[in-house]
Design a protein around this ligand. Structure first.
Ligand code: NAG
Length: 318
């Protein structure tokens, strides 16, 4: 009788786990990927932890901008920890499986960190805007309390967004196949596996992207457009350089946007392998490069790091 029931509902059974198709099945390449992932992960951890400790320990860096950079580093550690450790373990063990709950967690946290990062970048752009355009009111506008509130709001806003999206995705039936053509559980490849009409969800996801990524992006762009003429009229070389670097943040944001359009764009325009590689650049490489782009090129941060490290080592010698 059981057999008959199975035949009646051959692909109606809900999947119990998903399979992540990584980059390769060749054992040597898997080992190579493991090593590369490990190196990138360690570099991201070290770079971001250095910045967090410098911001926490050095009183020269107790200005809102540095607090936000510290928060950004914390976020980077979080967001790279969503896909990479699992991908590393799977490469090492020549395994593909990820549990249903693991997949839910990856979708949730990936979305949470993405939305939080965009909110935080918007807050940072606002901070620079006030610092440059309303310098006399800066202390007042960016008070300690205001910074806490702005940072807190950034950390909070991603929560409901990711919650709703994740619950919606996993309310869709997944009845097999369960092969996610990606190296982590990301929304678009997952949606292709749902055995239901996903067009409503795609519309919702698109509006969420516009609201929580496009909108902050436009705000950031607007504030930089307002700042640009001021920057070019500045005499002070130091300030000018610092501001230019702030502007380079746009590039990162831009690549984030591009990745969104690649993922959500016409399905045929990129092969799954191209998508995987592109997504690697913004999920894994960006969190590793962020400390270099934002902080390690900053003189203040570099000085603070040197002070922090030398203090540590002289303490150890005692
Ligand atoms: C994050 O921002 C808040 C508010 O400005 C600050 O108090 C906190 O130290 C920051 N966290 C890190 C890790 O820098």
């Amino acid at each position: 009788r059981t057999r008959c029931m199975e035949e009646e509902t051959p692909n109606r059974t809900a999947v119990a786990e998903f399979l992540l198709l990584g980059f390769s099945d060749v054992r040597e390449l898997q080992i190579l990927h493991f090593v590369l992932f490990l190196l990138i992960y360690l570099a991201a951890l070290v770079g971001n932890l250095l910045i967090i400790s410098a911001v926490a320990l050095d009183h020269h860096l107790h200005a809102p901008m540095y607090f936000f950079l510290g928060n950004l580093s914390l976020l980077d550690i979080g967001s790279i920890s969503v896909p990479v450790p699992k991908a590393m373990v799977n490469s090492l063990l020549n395994s593909r499986s990820i549990s249903y709950a693991g997949c839910v967690a990856q979708v949730f946290f990936f979305m949470y960190f993405a939305v939080t990062e965009y909110s935080l970048l918007t807050v940072m752009a606002y901070d620079r805007y006030v610092a440059i355009c309303q310098p006399l009111h800066y202390e007042q506008v960016m008070s300690r309390r205001a910074c806490w509130q702005l940072a807190g709001a950034s950390w909070f806003v991603g929560f409901p967004v990711a919650m709703v999206q994740t619950m919606w995705i996993f309310s869709l039936p997944f009845c097999g196949p369960n092969r996610v053509n990606h190296f982590f559980c990301d929304t678009p490849p997952l949606l292709q596996l749902a055995c239901a009409d996903t067009s409503l969800f795609e519309i919702e996801a698109l509006s969420a992207t516009v609201l929580f990524i496009m909108f902050p992006f436009l705000l950031i762009l607007a504030s930089y457009t307002l700042l640009n003429p001021i920057i070019y009229s500045l005499r002070n070389k130091e300030v000018k350089g610092a501001l230019r670097r702030t502007l380079s943040r746009e590039n990162v944001i831009w690549s984030g946007l591009e990745s969104q359009s690649i993922e959500w764009g016409p399905k045929s325009s990129y092969s799954p392998d191209t998508k995987k590689l592109l997504s690697l650049s913004y999920t894994v490489v960006t969190p590793m490069l962020n400390p270099i782009i934002y902080s390690l090129r900053n003189k203040e941060v570099k000085g603070a790091l040197r002070r922090t490290l030398s203090r540590k080592f002289s303490l150890q010698r005692m």
